[in-house]
Design a protein around this ligand. Structure first.
Ligand code: LHQ
Length: 261
């Protein structure tokens, strides 16, 4: 059984983390397959949105903790190797993908799993889902972007509380705190997240990629630099076929037919 399930329909590449017996904790194989799926999403023009979810009752429990020998006599483990080769490239690729990534957060997301959910562009969560920065329970530091996302989105006090206490944050609180887009009833999750993914997949893909660039760059930019960036990205967006189509459709009072170009 593959640890990632991938299918493609109506412009949406659906990727399901598939180690449900371990709440979809990451092992190297799962990293490799997820990297491949992201490369497919980037390179295949027919893919215009990626939808990420987990099989079973969890989204992802972070690193598979059964993988490493941490017994007293065992050699010390250099965790930076795994971050450098797996988690950091994953988060970078997600952010750099010039197409939207929708997360259907179906259950608990812990450790790196929580921060990989937060690295998605839109998170739709089942009401019973939760996020937990479980790192501190192991004496570790939030990774996979957690120390960057949390203070910026939730503010310093909440980021510190989540990181130090390692308590579960319910999907509803995550929505209230602005960490995720919205919470829906459990039995509606896949339908709602799928509908959003399909709507995005028939939208102006090129423009969406530029929106990602602008918003993510803003976190490190002054207003001055951001105004310049908006000017440059709008120039690019204005050269797209979809911009012409959007304006033409508006003027002709019809639905636009975007090609993603
Ligand atoms: C697991 C796991 C798991 C293996 C549940 N591994 N089996 C990056 C770089 C390198 C190294 C270090 O770390 C990192 C980043 C990280 O992600 S560090 C953080 C790693 N993750 C965690 O600390 C979370 C550990 N899991 C939990 O705290 C709980 O399982 C949560 C809160 C996620 C869910 O609790 P429950 O709903 O009560 O489920 P459970 O604990 O009963 O788990 C179900 C099964 O899944 C169970 O197996 P079993 O055979 O007993 O049914 C767990 O052992 C297994 N599982 N997480 N990370």
């Amino acid at each position: 059984m593959s640890s990632i399930l991938v299918s493609q329909e109506a412009g949406v590449l659906s990727v399901t983390l598939n180690r449900p017996e371990k709440l979809n904790a990451f092992d190297p194989e799962m990293h490799k397959l997820l990297r491949q799926a992201l490369a497919q999403a980037r390179d295949d023009a027919a893919v215009r949105t990626m939808l990420l979810t987990g099989a079973g009752r969890g989204f992802c429990a972070g690193q598979d903790l059964s993988e490493r020998n941490v017994s007293a006599g065992a050699a010390p483990i250099d965790l930076s190797v795994s971050l450098g080769s797996n988690y950091n490239p994953l988060v970078r690729r997600m952010r750099e993908l010039p197409k939207p990534i929708v997360c259907a957060l179906n259950g608990v997301a812990a450790g790196a799993g929580a921060n990989i959910a937060l690295a998605c562009d839109l998170v739709i969560a089942a009401r019973s889902a939760s996020l937990v920065q479980s790192f501190s329970k192991l004496g570790l530091v939030p990774d996979s972007g957690g120390t960057w996302f949390l203070p910026r989105i939730a503010g310093s006090a909440r980021a510190m509380g989540l990181a130090l206490l390692g308590e579960k944050l319910s999907a509803e609180d995550a929505e209230r705190w602005g960490l995720i887009w919205k919470t829906v009833d459990d039995d509606k999750l896949l339908a709602e997240a799928g509908a959003i993914a399909r709507a995005l997949a028939s939208g102006p893909t090129k423009g969406y990629g530029l929106v990602k660039r602008a918003l993510y760059a803003s976190w490190g930019n002054s207003l001055d630099a951001q105004l310049d960036l908006e000017r440059d990205l709008q120039r690019e967006a204005g050269f797209s076929e979809d911009y012409r189509e959007g304006v033409a459709a508006f003027m002709q009072k019809r639905k636009p037919s975007y090609k993603g170009k």
